[in-house]
Design a protein around this ligand. Structure first.
Ligand SMILES: [Zn+2]
Length: 250
């Protein structure tokens, strides 16, 4: 999830105000669906169906991400515009390790040869020590083979997240891959956040049938839990029935 959130944040880096990137990986593995969303504002959020999945570490000490995600499936990327418009594309998964899958998506769907590295370093306590990534896209007239060289350099860097955790700057990592002539355009802060609210949760409940709401009211109320941030919004019987007052009970 962290890798996909990192990739989403980078792919949304040039988005205009109000645009959202929604990425979804369905690989058939025990983790289920992995979803990440990045907003033009810098807000990033994510979720996965089965966060409790706990597989043994791989032989190289890394998390068995590909195994948890699975590789029989696809990566779906949806760009959402403020006017409600959407642009959706997808590509088959390569490894379920996310970085390779995003690179394949950019090559297939966007027709841009790309090298992608994403990493999340998880400490012994289960907390994220560092997360980061690089997306390098080769634009014409540069030769396509260039992307292989960039990918090889990325590979040679070793663990990107370990470098960031050790205090190395993003600029230093970027320069190590692209060389000293790297020009930096802009910096954008990213933050973990959510867009859920009590009002929106109430709208979800309001969309249910009167019967369903009466049943929930009889059980003492309802709770709507956000899949992204786990915030629980509690609604009591009175709120559930507020706009049903003028409708006769069955
Ligand atoms: Zn939320």
């Amino acid at each position: 999830m962290g890798r996909l959130m990192t990739a989403a944040a980078m792919l949304a880096a040039d988005f205009k105000a109000g645009e959202i990137l929604h990425c979804e990986v369905q690989g058939g593995g025990p983790a289920g669906r992995v979803i990440a969303e990045a907003f033009a504002s810098g807000l990033v959020r994510g979720r996965l169906d089965h966060p409790e999945v706990d597989l043994p570490l791989r032989a190289d000490g890394k998390l068995a991400v590909g195994q948890a995600v699975g590789r029989q499936g696809w990566l779906l990327v949806e760009r959402r515009f403020p006017d409600g418009g959407r642009y959706v594309s997808h590509s088959p998964l390569v490894s379920g390790e996310i970085g390779d899958d995003v690179a394949e998506f950019l090559r297939q769907s966007e027709q841009v040869p790309s090298a992608v590295a994403v990493g999340v370093l998880v400490g012994r306590d289960g907390a994220v020590a560092a997360a980061g990534g690089l997306v390098v896209q080769v634009l014409p007239p540069a030769p396509r083979e260039l992307v292989e060289q960039v990918a090889a350099r990325m590979e040679g860097l070793g663990s990107l997240s370990a470098r960031l955790a050790a205090g190395e700057s993003v600029e230093a990592v970027g320069t190590a891959v692209l060389g000293p002539d790297t020009h930096w355009h802009a910096r954008q802060p990213l933050y973990f956040g959510c867009t859920c609210s009590r009002d929106r949760s109430g709208e979800l409940l309001a969309a249910l049938s009167a019967e369903e709401r009466r049943a929930m009211a009889e059980q003492g109320g309802a709770e709507v839990v956000c899949h992204y941030c786990r915030t629980a919004y509690r609604f009591d019987a009175r709120e559930l029935l507020a706009d049903l007052a003028d409708k006769p009970a069955p």
